[in-house]
Design a protein around this ligand. Structure first.
Ligand code: PLP
Length: 388
């Protein structure tokens, strides 16, 4: 191992700023460790301002926010929920928590997100079978906006409420409007590897005050209005702590800067990896009017060319991942499509070849905002060597 290879380059580690500690300090000084306190209200106000939505509930994770979001849209046992196959399992697990079934829809090759053509096919086929899906769970993968014009038109045509999983897309926009604000309910994650972090946390946003109030009620054990502990419904313990919300306040100050830096890293890779043999630098594209936050920069290997005949085995995402790992650089495969996961065996799927192909050829590169130019060069050099 070379000397400069000692420090591990992580995929997307937390990147703290200067003010998180001030908010934590103040909370401890004031004994606002629990329950809900000023940091929580402040963090929610920061998110409302950034996302341009009037109501926000800070929660313990993005997964918890998705679970509550589904409940707010009335998803229950036996219902079907439309969901992209190409996403992290946390998008679809909450569908199972509700006793509902995911109906998976393939990606389209431009943004890698929900394919509007397949989506129409799925909706019409479910209707023909006599069951209208209860909701559409929309994901913006790797911070790249989905084809919103087409998807919003379909949701309106079939009167489908959207639960917007913007866990990876904080700070991204479509036609100037922040992602997360398009759905009836929007969801963010502040997990450790996301663009901003509270170490672990999430948030639910809504335009409708009643929905947000209901989310807050369900997130705090669904306690009825009474002086004693009175309960008529199943509740959850999903609220974010006031301490972690303090970290979130410090992080929210940095959002614009972090989006700018992720986009710079994306452009750096695009420039410096262009022309590498076997690498199709064709990452997910911004649809017209979209601004991606480029949470993770991804690359695709060129599709195998059958005309090549027998020869040295072509690079795969796994050979690249191992070559980077040998240089102490962390990388990850793209999300494995959910319709290929044993957990979801038997779930309906519309298409599936596009996201299966992306999974077979793609890799996520280190994209943390604290990466220095020398770190990026180490990644590019390792890829160049591996592909030579
Ligand atoms: C991270 C993530 C989630 C879950 O968020 P947590 O805060 O880790 O629970 C959900 N959906 C997507 C697309 C994610 O990337």
């Amino acid at each position: 191992m070379r000397s400069q290879d000692h420090d591990r380059i992580f995929l997307s580690p937390p990147h703290l700023g200067r003010h998180e500690l001030n908010y934590l300090h103040k909370a401890i000084e004031d004994n606002w460790v629990a329950p809900a306190g000023p940091n929580l209200a402040g963090f929610e106000a920061d998110i409302c301002a950034a996302v341009n939505v009037p109501h926000c509930v800070a929660l313990s994770s993005g997964t918890a926010a998705l679970h509550l979001g589904l409940l707010l849209l009335g998803v229950g046992p036996g219902d079907e929920v439309l969901c992209p196959s190409f996403t992290f399992v946390a998008s679809a697990n909450p569908i199972l928590y509700c006793g509902a079934t995911p109906v998976f829809v393939d990606s389209e090759p431009d943004t890698w997100n929900l394919c509007p053509v397949r989506l129409r096919e799925a909706i019409e086929d479910r209707l023909r079978r006599g069951k209208k899906p209860r909701a559409l769970l929309l994901v913006h993968l790797y911070g790249v906006p989905a084809k919103m014009t087409e998807i919003l038109a379909l949701a309106a045509e079939f009167d489908l409420p959207i639960l917007e999983d913007a866990a990876e897309a904080l700070g991204a926009r479509f036609k100037g409007q922040p992602l997360g604000s398009f759905g009836r309910v929007g969801v963010f994650s502040f997990n450790g590897n996301k663009i901003l972090t509270t170490s672990g946390g999430g948030a639910l946003v809504a335009h409708d005050r009643a929905l947000a109030e209901r989310a807050r009620f369900l997130a705090t054990q669904a306690k009825d209005e009474a002086p004693h502990y009175q309960h008529s419904e199943v509740g959850y313990n999903y609220r974010l702590s006031n301490l972690l919300a303090g970290i979130g306040r410090g992080q929210m100050e940095l959002l614009a800067d972090r989006v700018k830096r992720r986009r710079e890293i994306f452009r750096w890779y695009q420039e410096h990896l262009a022309g590498l043999p076997g690498l199709a630098v064709a990452p997910a594209a911004e649809p017209p009017g979209a601004l991606a936050n480029r949470w993770l920069t991804t690359v695709l290997l060129a599709p195998p060319d059958p005309a090549d005949g027998p020869g040295p085995p072509a690079a795969t995402p796994e050979t690249l991942r191992r070559a980077l790992e040998a240089r102490n650089i962390e990388s990850r495969p793209l999300w494995k499509p959910l319709h290929l996961q044993p957990l979801f065996a038997g779930a309906p799927v519309y298409g599936g070849a596009v996201c299966a192909d992306l999974f077979a050829r793609g890799l996520c590169l280190p994209s943390g905002t604290a990466l220095a130019e020398a770190d990026l060069r180490r990644v590019a050099d390792a890829l160049r060597e591996a592909l030579a």
